[in-house]
Design a protein around this ligand. Structure first.
Ligand SMILES: [Fe+2]
Ligand SMILES: [Fe+2]
Length: 348
């Protein structure tokens, strides 16, 4: 596997720098980082008993559009299956942070967990034995704590640099979870790094094939829930049929395996056929929402590292070897490209 390299620095929620931009994520670099945290002993708390997590998850999954899949939800069985899951304090802080600051990401984390458990039960042998791994579904977007909220909640098109920062959440999550779980080979860290990879190498951050079935299940549930949810850049969600058609299309292009999509489709049918008996029609009858700007990228927008204003003057360098410098029309601060790399990861 290629060695991933950080394009941006990775910080904790309380702004402690873990690794600077430019770090190559070799096993040695990760071991060194983990060693700095080896004395930490975190309080661990039962996930389902934490705050309103369990009630929130059940109430979300029992409402449309998820209620068709969870129509026969056996609360006791789910509780029995998942009660062993414990999260360390920093992970619970991730949930608290998003519950307060960006409810979509909080809800999405719980839904991807619920959907992926359900899919794994149909697709994987002995899925119950792997339940501790499936908790990774909740943590797949952990790295979003490094993405400024103004980017996560942006309703107008992203600039290329904002898109790069957003996509950086995969590697940021990998670093953060390696650090907190004190293991860079933990499944949760792997899921954070690989949940945007695709089977046909068209994903990010590395463009490697999505090989692990469990990671693939989480990746497919991630896309499915994103389509079904209203987003700032697309206030109208996809309806269930159109969302399933979109994922079917992705499977046909080789991004996911067909059986993962068959399982999602079969769970959405009233009679819940076995996924292998579930014929998938390639006829597209659904209509995607009209107001999406997803994937639309605009030219650079530069934000002042001091006052975060966006009215910026580019200063012409006296000499072409000189770094490009900028001046903020709002506060008058001058800065260069390096300053921008550091500011981008702060939350404002
Ligand atoms: Fe993600
Ligand atoms: Fe996600």
């Amino acid at each position: 596997m290629k060695t991933p390299k950080l394009d941006y620095s990775v910080h904790t929620l309380d702004n402690q720098l873990l690794l600077p931009a430019g770090t190559e994520l070799t096993p040695e670099a990760l071991d060194e980082l983990i060693a700095t945290n080896k004395d930490a002993s975190y309080r661990s708390v039962s996930f389902l008993n934490y705050d309103t997590v369990y009630q929130d998850m059940l109430s979300i999954l029992q409402k449309p559009p998820y209620n068709v899949i969870f129509e026969r939800l056996d609360e006791e069985a789910i509780f029995a299956l998942t009660k062993k899951i414990r999260f360390v304090q920093p992970v619970l802080e991730f949930l608290d942070y998003f519950k307060e600051k960006d409810y979509y990401t909080y809800k999405h984390s719980l839904v991807v967990f619920g959907l992926s458990i359900n899919l794994a039960q149909d697709l994987l042998e002995k899925s119950a034995d792997r339940i501790m791994e499936l908790m990774a579904g909740t943590l797949h977007d952990f790295g979003k704590i490094c993405v400024p909220l103004r980017i996560l909640k942006k309703s107008n098109p992203l600039t290329r640099s904002s898109k790069n920062i957003l996509e950086h959440h995969a590697l940021a999550g990998f670093v953060l979870l390696s650090y907190y779980l004190q293991d860079h080979q933990s499944f949760a860290a792997q899921v954070a790094r690989e949940h945007h990879e695709r089977k046909d190498n068209s994903g990010y951050p590395l463009g490697i094939p999505l090989e692990d079935k469990m990671v693939e299940i989480i990746a497919a549930c991630d896309v499915y829930d994103a389509l079904l949810s209203p987003r700032p850049f697309r206030p109208t969600p996809f309806d269930n049929r159109t969302a399933l058609e979109e994922i079917t299309e992705m499977a046909k292009k080789g991004k996911f395996s067909l059986e993962v999509v068959q399982t999602l489709v079969s769970q959405n049918r009233k009679d819940k056929p076995h996924f292998r008996d579930c014929e998938i029609s390639s006829e597209k009858r659904g209509i995607p929402p009209p107001d999406s700007i997803y994937g639309v990228i605009v030219d650079e927008e530069i934000i002042c590292p001091n006052c975060h204003g966006s009215s910026i003057k580019r200063k012409t360098p006296k000499d072409e070897r000189e770094q490009i410098r900028y001046e903020c029309r709002g506060c008058g601060k001058e800065f260069d490209e390096d300053d921008l790399k550091n500011i981008d990861m702060e939350k404002y």
